[in-house]
Design a protein around this ligand. Sequence first.
Ligand SMILES: CC(C)(COP(=O)(O)OP(=O)(O)OC[C@H]1O[C@@H](n2cnc3c(N)ncnc32)[C@H](O)[C@@H]1OP(=O)(O)O)[C@@H](O)C(=O)NCCC(=O)NCCSC(=O)c1cc(O)c2ccccc2c1O
Length: 260
Amino acid sequence: MSYEDILYEIRDGAAHITINRPDKYNAFRGQTCEELIDAFNKAGWDKSVGVIVLSGAGEKAFCTGGDQSAHEGQYDGRGTIGLPMEDLHSIIRDVPKPVIAKVQGFAIGGGNVLATICDMTIAGDRAQFGQVGPKVGSVDPGYGTAFLARVVGEKKAREIWYMCRRYSAQEAQEMGLVNKVVPHEELDAEVDRWCAEIMEKSPTAIALAKRSFNMDTEHQRGIAGLGMLGLSLYYDTDESKEGGIAFKEKRKPDFRRFGK
Ligand SMILES: CC(C)(COP(=O)(O)OP(=O)(O)OC[C@H]1O[C@@H](n2cnc3c(N)ncnc32)[C@H](O)[C@@H]1OP(=O)(O)O)[C@@H](O)C(=O)NCCC(=O)NCCSC(=O)c1cc(O)c2ccccc2c1O
């Protein structure tokens, strides 16, 4: 597969997968997800690769989730909600290599979910984290909620989704969402150091450890599958559409007209 929305490079045993849509704040459309899935499969089963780094191009954003300009109700693409999110989330978990999220800017919405699912997250001090789903008529009813609660605890996860606030890299580290924060300019070098350290370790031991870590939350894959079907029905409602329309019109949504 040739790539239009992402970059793929192998350097010193690390596969670098970069979402390359900086003009869209690295938001993903159906094609972006397909390319990411292909790249994770390629890196995941390449014996010369010991670690995978997921990042976003440019200075502004790691990833800001689903591309709102390709979103009128359902997203574009082949998945339950258009975007093949279940497959993308699954492959990040299933590749037998550690995946590091390198976050230099916004990790918002589905971008925050991707960073959460990655094995580890290293952030620059300008990074910002947060959820926007209930602000834009969406929600991740799988790993983005259930797995997040495992990472930051139930109370914090609920705050993140119900309040839709933004959190600094430092705050994200304090809640366990980030492994290390470094000055923005030192982010690339820090991630390269983590990759080099991982490359010295036994790949089979690491693959077994990753599978073992995943085991405890494997049932969430089923929850995600069921949740996506519900979300697909929600996307067809006026309540959900109001969120996307309000974002594009740069105004506050008025959900109370529709809510239960
Ligand atoms: C990222 C922001 C916090 C930045 O805010 P700021 O105020 O600094 O700037 P603007 O809001 O003016 O944005 C600048 C510029 O970028 C464009 N942009 C930003 N994000 C997107 C996007 N996701 N898609 C398309 N375009 C985007 C924005 O339109 C501006 O362009 P101009 O041309 O007008 O200058 C803020 O932008 C923000 O909150 N962005 C997030 C928007 C969003 O709604 N994201 C999708 C949420 S839903 C989702 O991601 C999602 C992910 C999943 O993984 C799921 C999984 C399973 C189920 C559902 C999922 C799901 O819904």
